[in-house]
Design a protein. Sequence first.
Length: 330
Amino acid sequence: MRTLNLRRLTAVGAALTLTAALTACSALSSDSPSTSGASADPSSTASQGKLAVSVSFYPIAYLAEAIGGEHVSVTSVTPANVEPHDFELSPKDVTSLSSAKVVLYVAGFQASMDDAVSQVSGPSVTDLSGVVDLRHHDGVEEEHHDDASATEADHDHDAGALDPHFWLDPSRMQKAADAVEKALAAADPQHAGDYEANLKALTATLTDVDTSYTQGLSQCERTTFITSHAAFGYLADRYHLTQAPISGIDPESEPSPADLAAIKQVVQSTGTTTIFTEELVSPKTAQALASETGTTTKVLNPLESAPDSGDYASEMKSNLSELRTALACK
């Protein structure tokens, strides 16, 4: 797990403070339909002859739509452009889940979704957290590879919460896709052949994303990148990078002055030129950091909501482009 532990860095910069206020985280091609928010009640799809599938948020909706194709109607309980970590399901949302035939979610990511799933009966429920090898990233210390900032690593795999952001690693996304295909085929065996064929096409797409990252990040001047919150730990693991997050797994958690001082030290020691922000999280702290350190801000999308255009695969490619620029990759 290549998440930089900020608390270990505060010793070199605890006296530093920031003047800014501390404020707080589709289908296969860009022309394919995407789930941008909650759709109609799943029960209304029965008359259309489609399998009603409810999912917790966008990355899972992407998988369900890509694999299900024309045979499914996918409902995301998290609306478009809403940060999903702390989204609270309404009683109507819970009732709607009961009307679905299949429910797909990640346990531990959205507390209200966990509670809702425990209340419903009838749908086939698949918890994807069991197949994607979730790990601890928030608070985990790793040796990172910038020669100006190398430090002795210390592993504490019990620190922090399990990181739910598996989808930013295409190889873990593949494991989730396999589980989604099995869930759809079990609920709708009549179209199992189509689901298998769609999974093969999706696998090719995810493999292409993974190959692009492996090649695109293989020769970089820097390997540490700074993010608004600790969403990119699996991506960092996969491609031998180090994530230095301003906030933890929860994007609404406020960094302390010592944490911010530590981030400033990372900038200085690694030659970082970019502080990454997110569309659904306030950029004020990151912007203040950039102002004080002489760096710029760019958006790195954690893909917790549907992108404004394109889909998961195209947005992952956009993220790769931003990372290559920030890390000065050849």
